[in-house]
Design a protein around this ligand. Structure first.
Ligand code: HEM
Ligand SMILES: *[C@@H]1O[C@H](CO)[C@@H](O)[C@H](O)[C@H]1NC(C)=O
Length: 502
């Protein structure tokens, strides 16, 4: 009996250990120096991240170092327990994954997708994705977003009025960016909205962060999710159960707001113009044929809201927070930013007329996104079937990471790539040989970021109001900022920068 158990354990162990090696060896033979293998038995890439963070304070430093030392590397192959992961670094290869998005699916095992996001734009596929993208697409163009500029100014000023000094900068900014998404979706009805006793955007953000944190800090949960995928939630730990209860309550509250609006529309009719996303959805929802195959259910509206919140809050928050860190470390830019704000808007608000004159702020934000992109890797992809990209053969089921952020260190792409220099974006030709996939903080191709104009509008407004109202001070008690693994990339501790009213 013991013999059989030991044999079984050995077979499983060998499978877990050997499987990723097969892909590594195959690619190494074919590509030689253009492939770099980072193999850690069983634990794999999560351990690589941990080690990198421990040694350098930056989870991504390990791969940055590989690319600096071996500029000829096109692919880095690592493992996630028993599965090979290919990090595609050469833009001529990952370009095809962005262009032909139907070759892959977005890969998520954390449960976030299944419980919160599966019906929303970030994860839908095929005809449903197309329908949603068409439905929302127009409303994210500058022409339509223009109407939201006064609201964004207002929310920003309200929050700034409440805070003389800001200690936790990221949280502060996310309370603005979160509120902007909520008001874009639900309009004024959502003002002062509380979920589980907390401000809606704080509770939403905290639920999402708990999902990620549990998985990163708890090895048991991590392995369980890796091995069983979403089914692992059927065997909940107490912590997981707590999160799930909050999710259920959250969804119930969102549905309540949706039905309240539906009833209001039933009495007063649809708004003719200037509506929010909920109006847009409800118009279709209430007029659709219940039997049509592409009908929209309440759950989809809930998912869509949570998706836009997740995709829009921390990402834009990280962009502004990272900007403030870079300002605090390169103080010469503060006066320059202030001067531009003063010249363009004086003491007034940002409007759809003057926003495009904030040229320096815009190039500053672009440079921040180049060096500290809010989304470092887009969501991991999984090959739907066997794929051939040029001379690279990818087996069905292989996990792919698209490493476009690594273009930030290549002298092939930029002059002095390691230098923080916002002015480079004011030059004629910033990227030496641009194939359109080098500087893509908002991804590229048909599934690029639908909210990119909204993000840049928000970031310009928030940053302008902040530099006008606060001094931006690097906290000398925190000598070095750290870059941990989070859903979006921002620094720790979050009091590395302080804001003090002037
Ligand atoms: C600085 C801020 C932002 C950055 C850096 C960013 C970045 C990205 C990236 C890289 C993707 C591609 C994800 C992937 O392929 O896995 C994406 C997709 C998406 N983003 Fe953003 N984003 C930002 C702000 C926003 C905002 C404000 C919204 C909306 C309120 C938004 C909504 C979305 C949605 C819905 C998708 C999925 C689009 C689709 O699959 O068709 N994002 N974003
Ligand atoms: C390039 O981006 C990565 C990810 O944000 C970052 O860790 C690295 O420091 C960046 N490189 C430079 C030179 O700033």
């Amino acid at each position: 009996m013991l013999y059989w158990i030991l044999l079984l354990i050995s077979i499983v162990a060998v499978y877990l250990i050997v499987n990723p090696l097969i892909t590594m060896i195959r690619l190494k033979i074919k590509f030689g120096n253009a492939v770099y293998c980072k193999y850690l038995p069983i634990f794999g890439i999560i351990q690589v991240y941990r080690k990198s963070f421990k040694l350098t304070g930056n989870v991504h430093q390990w791969i940055v170092d590989i690319v600096i030392k071996h500029p000829e590397v096109k692919f880095v192959v690592a493992n996630s327990i028993n599965k090979p992961i290919i990090v595609i670094i050469d833009s001529e290869y990952y370009k095809h994954i962005y262009q032909d998005h139907h070759l892959v699916t977005k890969h998520d095992q954390s449960g976030i997708k299944d419980f919160l996001l599966s019906g929303g734009l970030l994860f839908t596929e095929g005809p449903k994705w197309k329908q949603q993208r068409n439905l929302l697409g127009d409303h994210f163009l500058f022409q339509k977003l223009k109407a939201r500029i006064p609201m964004i100014n207002l929310v920003t000023k309200e929050k700034i009025n409440e805070m003389a000094n800001v200690e936790k900068v990221f949280e502060f900014i996310c309370s603005i960016t979160g509120e902007v998404v909520i008001r874009s979706f639900f309009g004024e009805e959502a003002e002062g909205w509380k979920i589980n006793g907390k401000e809606a955007q704080i509770e939403l953000g905290s639920i999402l962060a708990s999902f990620i944190k549990l998985r990163v800090t708890n090895f048991f949960v991590y392995f369980k999710q890796k091995l069983l995928g979403v089914k692992s939630w059927q065997y909940c730990t107490k912590k997981e159960k707590e999160i799930m209860d909050r999710v259920i309550k959250l969804k119930k509250d969102i549905i309540e707001v949706i039905f309240k609006r539906r009833d209001k529309i039933k009495q007063q009719g649809h708004k003719q113009e200037g509506g929010d996303f909920l109006d847009l959805y409800l118009k279709i929802f209430m007029e659709q044929n219940v039997y049509s195959s592409d009908r929209i259910e309440t759950d989809e509206i809930v998912s869509q809201f949570i998706t836009l919140f997740l995709a829009g809050t921390d990402t834009t928050g990280a962009l502004v927070a990272n900007s403030l860190l870079l300002i605090s470390e390169n103080k010469q830019y503060l006066q320059e930013l202030r001067n531009e704000v003063k010249n363009v808007i004086g003491n007034g608000d940002i409007t759809s007329e003057n926003i495009n004159q904030l040229v320096f702020i815009e190039s500053f934000l672009k440079e921040v996104l180049r060096l500290k992109p809010s989304v470092v890797y887009p969501i991991a992809r999984k090959a739907k079937s066997n794929i051939q990209i040029k001379d690279l053969y990818i087996k069905k089921g292989t996990i792919l990471l698209l490493g476009n952020f690594l273009a930030n260190i290549s002298t092939q792409n930029y002059d002095n790539p390691l230098e923080f220099n916002p002015r480079r974006w004011l030059q004629q030709k910033t990227i030496k040989q641009d194939n359109g996939f080098i500087n893509i903080p908002f991804a590229a191709g048909p599934r690029n970021c639908i909210g990119q104009h909204m993000a840049m509008i928000e970031a310009r407004i928030i940053l302008a109001h902040i530099v006008r109202n606060y001094d931006i001070i690097r906290n000398s008690q925190v000598p070095k900022a750290q870059w941990p693994a989070r859903g979006t990339q921002t620094y720790l501790p979050d009091n590395a920068v302080h804001l003090v009213k002037i």
